[in-house]
Design a binder for this molecule. Sequence first.
Ligand SMILES: Nc1ncnc2c1ncn2[C@@H]1O[C@H](COP(=O)(O)OP(=O)(O)OP(=O)(O)O)[C@@H](O)[C@H]1O
Ligand SMILES: [Mg+2]
Length: 420
Amino acid sequence: MADNLICGIDIGSSKIATIAGMKSEETGELKIIGFNATVARGIRKGLIVDIKEVTEVVEESVEKAERMSGHKINNAFVSVGGPHISSLNSHGIVAVANPQGEISEEDVTRVLEAARAISLSSTRQIIEVIPRDYIVDGQPGIKSPIGMSGVRLEVETHIITASSTNLKNIDRVLDDLGIENQGFVFSGLSSAEAVLTNTEKELGVVLVDIGGGKIDIAIFVDGSLSYSSSIPIGARHITNDIAVGLRVSLDSAEKIKLYLSKNLDANKKKPPQINLNELNLEENVTEVSLKTLVDGIIAPRLEEIFKLIFEEIEKSEFGQQVPSGLVITGGGALTVGMLESGKRVVGLPIRIGVPDKVTGLIDETSDPQYSSTQGLLLYGLKNIMTNTGDGFKNFGRILKDFKLGNSLGNLKNFFKQFIP
Ligand SMILES: Nc1ncnc2c1ncn2[C@@H]1O[C@H](COP(=O)(O)OP(=O)(O)OP(=O)(O)O)[C@@H](O)[C@H]1O
Ligand SMILES: [Mg+2]
């Protein structure tokens, strides 16, 4: 039974969340059986700045999720994001080993290896190599070349790299707690797994995860991830602005921000004043003008955020290929005025992405702030399962073999060759 357990640890700037899911043998459905989110300490903009604090919080979160699920968490997929993430698209080309025969798994492995042979500084590490398109004898648009005949195999890949120092620090935290890292997952990609539909990915879409300390961006074109990046600004900046603007503490500002998003109905006429009596703020602020708060403080920051997102889309050069527009998720997605600002600045369709592709503890986790947390399980499910049919059972052993050799990135690529 425990063979079907998949776990994820989502290391965010605001919270560290642990999730455990069980894959049903019969239906293939993923059911969340353990979950915990603990307020983060020692993380800034996705980077570990205090390893001791992070270890304490991860330990607390993992223990609570273990207790809830009744299972020990021995290994997990781990999210990583923030401005130390960067991406590039790389091309690989090889001659098919047996030109008379079929393209084999081995040819695919070799062409992916050729694509990942990029020059990389010693401070960076590849965390993801995603095949976007295979080309056989000059014919593009092939999703799975194994079994086809041809003499020349090419691949277009998307490669995500991260700061190796940060990855090493995360590994130290996990090592200390005796948890095996099954692979780093870019948090923008794991959120995408949780909230995007296949149609959106096929048509072209921009996933935006607005966390507390950073915004992760993942752009899909023709069904494949084609651009990944992260902006060092997050929803915490909105809280800061409210604190400065209303001269209240950060705690009070956070309460006001959450109160607004829970109590303002976008479809109803907004009242001129908002009553904050029930928040019992330490500063004794009981009423504020909604115009000051929403139009004067929050909207300008949202506008700035969307301008930065727009610049990233321009930078990606995929701006003309994303008719599905923006899907906004992460805790910050619920900020009041988000959709209006986004529509105005970016001029593309926009919706809020709520993770809802799993069963089990959905009351606790079906919230935009847990998109990347849930996404780790969906990512894990895809990457553990191989077409050998016994992926779960062999995974632990294969993982060990690989750990002796090269980085975990290789392991994920090893599995990815089997995924159409
Ligand atoms: N209902 C809500 N309305 C407005 N803001 C919210 C709401 N819920 C959460 N937030 C904000 O979302 C932020 C936290 O989001 P999230 O949990 O996605 O961040 P994180 O994953 O910990 O951080 P990061 O991804 O940046 O490292 C906080 O700034 C919080 O104030
Ligand atoms: Mg996050």
